[in-house]
Each structure stands twice: as C-alpha cells, then as structure tokens.
Design a protein around this ligand. Structure first.
Ligand SMILES: NC(=O)c1ccc[n+]([C@@H]2O[C@H](COP(=O)([O-])OP(=O)(O)OC[C@H]3O[C@@H](n4cnc5c(N)ncnc54)[C@H](OP(=O)(O)O)[C@@H]3O)[C@@H](O)[C@H]2O)c1
Length: 343
C-alpha cells in the first residue's frame, strides 16, 4: 500500500465519520421511539419540487418519495444519460410518478441560468427547491467561472439557482428551500480574504468541503432572515444525511481500491433511503419551520431517523452570513433584490 493511498483512505475515513460511527456502534444509536418516516409525509399532489443531483444517492431517494406522494418532481442533473437512467429506475419503482429530468450543471453559471429559464418557461410556481447536489473532498480545481470547485458546486451554484428562482418561490405560498449540508460543516472555516483558496493556497480537500458545507448553513439561516425581512411567505431549512452509502466518496478512493472499499462502506454506512429522510422531512413536514436543521437521531448524528439537530456557532454567525451573501451576489452576478422585484 503506497503512502498516497493510505493518505486517501485516512481522508475518506475522516470524511465519512468512520471513527464516530464506530463509536456510535459501540454505544448504540440511541434512536427515538417516535420515528419520523416516509409514512409521515403528507399528500403532495399539485406540488412542484426540484431536486438537484437527483440521479444518485440522497437526491434520488428524496425525489422518488416526493413523486410517490404525487408531487410533480423535477430531477435536475448534470448528466442527461445518468438522469435518463435514474428516471427509468424511478418510474419502475413508482409507475404513477409525475417526474421529469432537466439539465443543470452547478459548475457553470450559464447552465444554472439556462435551467432557471427553462424551468420558468414551463412552471409558474415552485413549492420546494432541494439544493442537494454536491461533491466531496475532491482535489483542487476550478469551475467554468473560476470558482474553487467545492464552494462553486456546493454553495455558489445553489446560491445562484435559488436567486434566479426567487420570484417563483416568493409567489408560491408556503414554499421551502432545503439546503443539504453535512456534519462536516463543523470542520469548515470562513476566510473571506481567501474564500476560494486562490491558486490552491491553503487548500485541503477537507477544509474546502467543510467550508462549502458551512456556507450551506450560513446561506440557509441568512435566507430565512431575508424571507422574514422581505415579508416573503417562504421558508429556508437545512438537512444532513449523517453517513449514508451513496456515490459521494467515489472520487476519494482510487478505482482499483473500490472493490475493497465498497463492502466496507456498506458495513459502516446507513442506506441512502435512510439518509434522505432528514431532507424529506425538512421539505414536507408541516411541523417544520424556517431555520430548522434536520439530521439523524443516532449518536454523533451518523445514522437514524430525522430530528431537529443543532449546527455549530460558526453557522449562526450573522456577520459571516451577510459577508458570504454579499460575496456570493458579487461572484455569481445574481441579485436577490432584483429577482424579487415584480415583473
Ligand atoms: N452521503 C453522505 O454520507 C453525506 C454526508 C453528508 C452530506 N452529504 C451531502 O448530501 C448531498 C448528496 O450527496 P450524496 O451523498 O447523495 O452523493 P452522490 O450519490 O454522489 O450524489 C451527488 C449528486 O450531485 C450531483 N452533482 C455533482 N456535481 C454536480 C454539478 N456540478 N451539477 C449538478 N449536479 C452535480 C451528482 O451528479 P453525478 O452523478 O453526475 O456526479 C449526483 O447526482 C451532498 O450535498 C453531500 O454533501 C452526504
């Protein structure tokens, strides 16, 4: 085993929280008796729901359950081939699904704008926007618009998307935005002087992932404050899936090691269906309110049924949230104030 591989595995282990998971296995997961499950979902007939990154993992599972409950469900995906395959699978499981695929690549502002335009050409309301798509702990790289890849995909792309769909959200009573964050927000730090790890300065895959997931929460809480300040009847919530078996860790493990890693992942992680429950609850539980953050109820929030969970102090730093908002508007060129103006 070479050093690079050992280092990669150590990073992967930290990323998926293996250590705390093992601890939680030892102690039991402490799950509550009154579990919130898909059986608690209300009927969603007539609702329009977008899920980004819906061809895989948490996004796919959430989209399937929204469709099962009757929502018009839009699978927003970067690969149309993968999206087609996911839609076929979804239809096989939920034959009555009102679901469609639309192209969205969050690493391209042009693609985000094209998606928003195409969506608005078809729909005049949006009940739930689930900002789920994400990448984790990839090597340093930039998006089409020059943003550091993890912040660009996980936060800035979704910030732009939400802003471009703001008018529809504002005009749909009870609309919700759900941002999918991570327990990894706890190892994120905002550094506004070097937000993008310019030219790789100070970059580590974990630091950049943590920053992007902290940004998801800062964005959620600031969006909720702005909804309230603007008198918009919409709510911003967040969720995290604990440690769930999806494709997220794929790029952290070399292809040759995958046959070895897969069974290990299956052993240590909960299913993607369980991991999707916090997102689904944030999206549709009538009891949930703006600013709520849902995650699994087990020890270390690694697995279990969805409950309200706390996020760290950094995620509630209002000054950081405002600074991030201002920089995100400048970087993406998407202004929420303009978006909210009546046409
Ligand atoms: N799984 C976990 O244990 C875990 C833990 C904490 C947080 N999360 C969060 O959960 C969310 C969903 O991840 P997952 O675990 O379900 O992983 P996943 O199976 O890899 O799904 C990620 C989805 O995001 C899509 N995506 C990636 N880059 C994109 C881009 N530029 N434009 C549009 N879509 C893009 C992927 O598309 P492709 O298939 O084309 O790559 C895929 O559909 C992420 O935000 C992640 O940070 C997951």
């Amino acid at each position: 085993m070479n050093k690079k591989w050992i280092g990669g595995l150590a990073t992967a282990a930290a990323g998926v929280g293996i250590v705390s998971y093992l601890r939680s296995r030892k102690n039991g997961n402490g799950a509550a008796k009154d579990h919130w499950t898909t059986a608690n979902m209300p009927d969603l007939t007539g609702k329009v729901i977008i899920v980004t990154g819906a061809n895989s993992g948490i996004g796919y599972e959430a989209a399937k359950e929204f469709a099962r409950k009757g929502a018009q469900t839009i699978l927003a995906c970067r690969s149309m081939d993968k999206a087609q395959a996911a839609l076929a699978e979804l239809r096989a499981e939920v034959p009555q699904a009102q679901a469609e695929i639309m192209e969205l690549d969050l690493t391209s502002l042009a693609s985000v704008r094209a998606f928003a335009e195409a969506f608005k050409a078809k729909y005049d309301k949006l009940d739930v926007l689930v900002n789920n798509a994400g990448i984790m702990m990839v090597p340093y790289g930039r998006t089409e618009d020059g943003f550091e890849r993890q912040l660009g995909t996980n936060h800035l792309g979704h910030f732009a998307l939400t802003g471009l769909l703001f008018d529809l959200l504002a005009n749909t009573p009870g609309a919700r935005v759900v941002n999918v964050s991570s327990g990894g927000h706890r190892f994120g730090e905002m550094d506004f002087a070097n937000l993008m790890f310019e030219d790789g300065k100070g970059y580590s895959p974990m630091a950049a992932y943590g920053r992007s997931k902290l940004a998801n929460l800062l964005f959620t809480y600031e969006l909720q404050r702005r909804f309230e300040a603007m008198g918009v009847q919409a709510e911003a919530l967040a969720a995290h899936p604990g440690v769930s078996e999806t494709n997220l860790a794929n790029h952290m493990v070399p292809d040759w090691a995958m046959p070895l890693a897969r069974p290990l992942f299956s052993l240590m992680m909960q299913s993607a269906a369980m991991g999707a429950l916090p997102t689904i609850r944030a999206a549709v539980d009538p009891q949930a309110v703006g600013g709520d953050y849902f995650g699994p109820d087990g020890t270390g929030e690694q697995r279990g049924y969805p409950v309200k969970v706390p996020s760290n102090d950094a995620s509630h730093n209002v000054a950081d949230a405002q600074k991030l908002w201002q920089m995100s508007e400048q970087l993406t060129g998407v202004s929420y104030a303009e978006a909210a103006e009546p046409v």
